[in-house]
Design a protein around this ligand. Structure first.
Ligand SMILES: C[S@@+](CC[C@H](N)C(=O)[O-])C[C@H]1O[C@@H](n2cnc3c(N)ncnc32)[C@H](O)[C@@H]1O
Length: 225
């Protein structure tokens, strides 16, 4: 299935806001780290409900653009704000519809690994970001997070499962410097008492603690030299 068909269905069932609620637990920490300054133009890659684009606007960006391959996602995101500094565009990661050096920073949460060609997406981001610009790439689906490995079985869009080292290598191959890479824990999701397990695919409480409090979201920050 195409990105468009898969995620249009998500948006039409209200899953854009449902997943945003969960992603916010770690995404907000990544957004808070971004060096946004007045006058900046920022991109939210795979915007979904658009919460990150709206947050980037509230952090002082002059223009925040959310791009998404699903027209229904973009339509929903547009309906959640009337701030004319926040825009939403339909387009795919591998052919970004923007001129060279158009953005100061890019954020992406739980979207990059759906790219048809992740190397091409990084090359495109390198192209549209100005020198000194950053790409803050946040993913929960990565090699070290074994609890996510079966996600591909539930979705009809091909996903890229890279390790932390593969993210760093791919960023460097595309011409970024890797400024930082770390794991942002989700300290908010409720972890039930031991007697309630197994639950949600976790055999015991220790597994769920490892998944959320230790592994959390892998964040790789690339900088354009
Ligand atoms: C799991 S959702 C995450 C949305 C949002 N960033 C969040 O944190 O809730 C992934 C989003 O990326 C979009 N997407 C996935 N692959 C894409 C691609 N190759 N080109 C454009 N958009 C894509 C989907 O349509 C979807 O809205």
């Amino acid at each position: 299935m195409s990105v468009r068909r898969e995620f249009d269905q998500w948006a039409e069932r209200g899953r854009d806001r449902e997943i945003a609620g969960r992603h916010w637990n770690t995404a907000k920490h990544v957004l808070a780290r971004m060096p946004i300054e007045a006058g900046d133009r920022v991109l939210d890659l795979g915007t979904g409900s658009g919460y990150a684009a709206r947050t980037l606007g509230s952090l002082g960006a002059d223009l925040a653009v959310g791009i998404d391959g699903s027209p229904a996602m973009a339509r929903n995101a547009r309906s959640y704000t009337d701030d004319d500094r926040i825009g939403f565009v339909v387009g795919v990661f591998d052919h970004l519809p923007f001129a060279d050096d158009s953005f100061d920073h890019c954020f992406s949460m739980e979207a990059f690994y759906y790219a048809g060609d992740p190397h091409r997406t990084l090359a495109e981001l390198r192209r549209v970001l100005r020198s000194g610009g950053t790409f803050h790439c946040a993913v929960d689906y990565y090699e070290e997070n074994v609890y996510a490995h079966d996600w591909q079985e539930n979705i009809d869009v091909e996903m890229t499962l890279w390790s932390a080292a593969e993210y760093r290598d791919a960023f460097r191959d595309a011409g970024f410097s890797v400024a930082t890479q770390d794991n942002v824990p989700d300290r908010e999701i409720e972890i039930p008492p031991a007697e309630e397990f197994p639950i949600d695919g976790y055999d015991n409480r220790e597994e769920m603690i490892e998944r959320y409090r230790e592994l959390g979201t892998l964040v790789t920050v690339g900088v354009v030299p």
